[in-house]
Design a binder for this molecule. Sequence first.
Ligand SMILES: C[C@H]1O[C@@H](n2cnc3c(N)ncnc32)[C@H](O)[C@@H]1O
Ligand SMILES: Cc1ncc(COP(=O)(O)O)c(N)n1
Ligand code: MET
Ligand code: SF4
Ligand SMILES: [Zn+2]
Length: 426
Amino acid sequence: MTQMTEAIKGNITEEMKYVAEYEKMDVNELRKLIAKGYVVIPKNVNRDTKPVGIGEGLSTKVNVNLGTSPDCIDMDSELKKVAISNKYGADAIMDLSTGGNLPEIRKQIMSNTNLPIGTVPIYEVGADAKSKYGKVVDMDEDLIFNVIERQAKEGVDFMTLHCGITKQSVQALKNDERVMGVVSRGGAFLTAYVMYHNKENPLYQQFDYLLEILKEHDVTLSLGDGMRPGCLVDNTDRPQIQELITLGELVDRCRNAGVQVMVEGPGHVPYNNISANMKIQKTVCKNAPFYVLGPLVTDLAMGYDHITSAIGGTLAAYSGANFLCYVTPAEHVRLMKEEDVIDGLLASKIAAQAADVAKGSQIAWEKEKEMAKARKEHDWEKQFELSLNSEKPREMREEIPSKEEKACSVCGDYCALLMVEELGKR
Ligand SMILES: C[C@H]1O[C@@H](n2cnc3c(N)ncnc32)[C@H](O)[C@@H]1O
Ligand SMILES: Cc1ncc(COP(=O)(O)O)c(N)n1
Ligand code: MET
Ligand code: SF4
Ligand SMILES: [Zn+2]
């Protein structure tokens, strides 16, 4: 049973009820969207988590990436990142750990949040292959499917699997004059596998078997974009589009099997090409929920890539993307620290709200109206409460206080609002 098979049968699940209430929509409308594959609810049957809907007609969701790396294994810090994700309103968390005891790290992360958890199982496969046989490319089919099945049993809610890395897309990469090669880590593992063994990607070749495993536990498949461009100059090139066409075909196969599926997208895309990218994806993948990384609209802002990604993410979400994978100021520089998680998550939440407002979402506009009212009433406490991060403005207001309690220290006695208001005009 999956949310999708239930929806097709006409059954309304508890998860659908929860999501419909949160989104303030009719539950039968939601059910129809899930049945068509336009909306997913990533929730593994083996784990009790908050149901989160992603897709057409729903509010834009944001994901936090966290996890260890071979250079930094600090469980304490990762759990603080989980706490930050809970506190500041992430909609999902991906554990992208590649250093230390991966199943143990995942277990701890999962027991510290009720948010849906995503993973990229090929990372664990690569790490296991390296420790057992010496190299990442020494992985084999058994190891791949065993890891996926184990993670599915543990309760992972969505999995990024780079099924579109095929002999064909690897050939397209070789034929192209792309400046940067493969920047997707999972994509790189599988591209290396295809090149080294001259074999087809097992995730593609045995896709039906993969679907059986995912279906049993209702794991949502997130089709990874292993060929996404790694810099603006490579955007929307043939390897990216070649892979996307394969992903579109795989979406059909997921739907026929009743497996929930979303599709991942770039990455590095100039502002003028973002809406075209969203349109191509939504068309080729027949309205599957779209999960984008950024997109980053310039490559020159090292240390500020949460901003480049919020600019791109706003337009992407406005143009059809449903799920924004956050990017932090640490992207392209080092592993993120806790404060980077706050900045990255806030930037993504801003992009999501900005896009939802522009799309005319009633929920988004209700919040904007409440803020307008709080500002008019000089209700500072309410303004802080409504803010995406309440603490920051609260602390800032205390740093340079105003003598005039209703105003702030930008104008103080000359508060524009108060001056006209006192004449009884508003
Ligand atoms: C594809 C995305 O995954 C992120 N990424 C890769 N590994 C980790 C990790 N251990 N923690 C957080 N993010 C990670 C990259 O920074 C990129 O944004
Ligand atoms: C939107 C998005 N895209 C990709 C990945 C995985 O990372 P990678 O492809 O580098 O393994 C991700 N976590 N989120
Ligand atoms: C593999 S982690 C690095 C990801 C890379 N910055 C990208 O654009 O997708
Ligand atoms: S983030 Fe760093 S380690 Fe990862 S692909 Fe880019 S340069 Fe390599
Ligand atoms: Zn990048």
